[in-house]
Write a protein that binds this ligand. Structure first.
Ligand code: GZL
Length: 322
């Protein structure tokens, strides 16, 4: 019995070892082996981000090991440990939340593997745990959402407006920074946030949040500020079932800018969408290749982003690609 168990364990270890070797062999002809831990597939943004990273890896000749963590931080930590075991050249990941990464990133540093943060970032006292952060300026996204609302308020001729906020995943960078940018910009401007509730960036939770907010505040609600299109699209039917016209009776502000939401904006049921581009694949591949070649890289890399609104002529807007 013991012999059989020993043989099974030995086989399992060899299989793991072979996988690791296989990853290196597959990557041997590639310029670089990149391990990427994606946080999940919760939104059109996330799906577009994954697809773009996969497409650009092929385009740049990078051997990509993509792992989907299914919205769980522990799965991301396990994936990073697998990348370390496989001895990839570079590790990149989109941290689902900001805290809890020091131990595993210390292990990556001890293994001599540089780490790039993509999309979201982390909170740490040890700033050498990662070499670069590629992603949106989320604070500025909140500012752009508020700047649109200030313009809208002036055009409406209203002294005050009541806002409900549907926020993203608790303790995630986009949730915290979008809220901060928005609140800092509306301060002292006659805009009042009745309540903020977290929809976790999910369509179903956006509907639940909107149902709760309508039940509690009803006619008091003038503005809905939602941290992503998924939650916004989930909220719209709830608004309509309650007898209100989104985009007319309530100002609807969203973030991401995927095709589905842009089409709804064109219909007039959303008033403003702040762009948050998922197309980070090229920047990631160029940064990882520069790292491998020992070139200097920027510590923070923010893609250019804009806002789309009912003040714009969107008739010639190219397809969004996500
Ligand atoms: C922002 C990204 C957010 C998107 C959501 O860059 O982290 O996560 O706004 C996604 O759609 O779930």
């Amino acid at each position: 019995m013991r012999t059989r168990l020993a043989i099974v364990i030995l086989f399992a270890l060899c299989a793991l070892g072979l996988c690791g070797c296989e990853a290196r062999q597959q990557g041997a002809e590639a310029s670089l082996v990149l391990g990427f831990s994606q946080l999940g597939s919760e939104s059109s943004f996330r799906i577009g981000n994954t697809r773009d990273i996969e497409d650009k890896a092929k385009q740049y000749g990078v051997s990509l090991m993509m792992d989907d963590a299914n919205q769980k931080q522990e799965n991301q930590i396990q994936a990073i440990r697998r990348f370390i075991a496989y001895r990839v050249d570079v590790i990149a990941f989109s941290p689902i939340v900001e805290e809890g990464w020091d131990n595993v990133l210390t292990e990556a540093r001890q293994a001599g593997i540089p780490v790039i943060l993509v999309d979201r970032t982390i909170q740490t006292e040890d700033h050498d745990l990662y070499v670069s952060q590629i992603g949106a300026d989320f604070y500025q996204e909140g500012v752009m959402a508020a700047e649109y609302l200030l313009k809208k308020k002036a055009d409406m001729g209203q002294d005050t407006l009541n806002i409900v906020e549907i926020t993203g995943t608790e303790n995630s960078t986009p949730m915290k920074r979008r809220h901060e940018g928005f609140m800092d910009t509306i301060a002292g401007q006659g805009l009042r946030v009745l309540e903020s509730v977290s929809g976790d960036f999910l369509r179903s939770r956006g509907a639940e949040c909107m149902r709760y907010l309508l039940g509690k505040y009803g006619d008091e609600i003038d503005v809905v500020f939602s941290h992503n299109d998924e939650m916004t699209v989930g909220a719209l039917p709830e608004i309509e079932q309650a007898g209100y016209r989104p985009g007319q009776d309530m100002v609807i502000i969203s973030i991401d800018g995927g095709q589905e939401a842009i089409d709804i904006l064109k219909e007039g049921r959303i008033n403003c969408i702040v762009e948050c581009t998922p197309m980070l694949g090229s920047i990631l591949m160029e940064t990882a290749l520069a790292l491998k070649d020992g070139k200097a890289i920027d510590r923070e890399i923010h893609p250019a982003e804009r806002a789309f609104s009912d003040y714009d002529d969107l008739s010639n807007l190219p397809p969004r690609g996500y």
